[in-house]
Design a protein around this ligand. Structure first.
Ligand SMILES: CC(C)(COP(=O)(O)OP(=O)(O)OC[C@H]1O[C@@H](n2cnc3c(N)ncnc32)[C@H](O)[C@@H]1OP(=O)(O)O)[C@@H](O)C(=O)NCCC(=O)NCCS
Length: 180
């Protein structure tokens, strides 16, 4: 598996992957692709004459991909600095293609994002999730990766659907030490 930044030409694979997971509503897929388009405006013909980034805020999203040997996108993470904080970052999106799930791609992406941010003096990485049963696997995944509940806003998304903020302290991991 190879980890590297996404490029504009990966948009099709990102779209296909998001839909294939069946984990996201069509609105959520749309939002995820909007972030991609704002970060890589050259892949949207109508925006191709604009600046490299739509605006300063959007320049703060970064995309990291996990690829197989044939350069097929297995999964990706989208992250960025949390505005008005000192060293806090958000992991906005994480998705692994169903055909590649359970083989370490998700964990590898999370660990790589963490190490990128450690190198930038990041302190805290935050992820938002929902208390709904359908998100139980996602909560379990993050728990396995060492993320713990830092805050919960009850009934935030809907009655009985809490907003849960999970965080991890960013720290350097010695080279060669298993990232589990
Ligand atoms: C959640 C997701 C990113 C995990 O990626 P993955 O590549 O399958 O996960 P990994 O193989 O790296 O697994 C890492 C750990 O999480 C655990 N895990 C992964 N998926 C899990 C699941 N569905 N239920 C319970 N545990 C799970 C694994 O068992 C492993 O733990 P262990 O090694 O300690 O046993 C992936 O399933 C996915 O994209 N799901 C749909 C989208 C989503 O929910 N994204 C996250 C919220 S935005």
């Amino acid at each position: 598996m190879r980890l590297s930044s996404l490029r504009p030409e990966h948009r099709g694979q990102v779209s296909e992957l998001l839909i294939a997971t069946a984990a996201f509503s069509s609105e959520e897929v749309e939002v995820a692709l909007e972030l991609f388009d704002a970060t890589y405006p050259s892949c949207r013909p109508e925006r191709s004459e604009g600046p490299a980034f739509a605006n300063d805020e959007m320049a703060d999203y970064e995309f990291l991909g996990a690829f197989d040997v044939g350069d097929q996108l297995l999964g990706y993470a989208c992250f960025g600095p949390t505005p008005s904080t000192d060293g806090t970052w958000d992991l906005y999106w994480l998705a692994v293609h169903p055909a590649a799930q359970g083989r370490g791609a998700g964990r590898a992406l999370v660990r790589e994002v963490e190490q990128i941010l450690v190198a930038r003096q990041g302190r805290l990485l935050a992820v938002e999730t929902s208390s709904r049963e359908s998100y139980a696997h996602s909560r379990e995944f993050y728990a396995r990766c060492g993320y713990t509940e830092a805050a919960r806003v009850r009934d935030f998304y809907a009655p009985a659907d809490d907003r849960i903020i999970l965080t991890t302290r960013l720290m350097a991991r010695p080279v060669g030490v298993a990232t589990r």
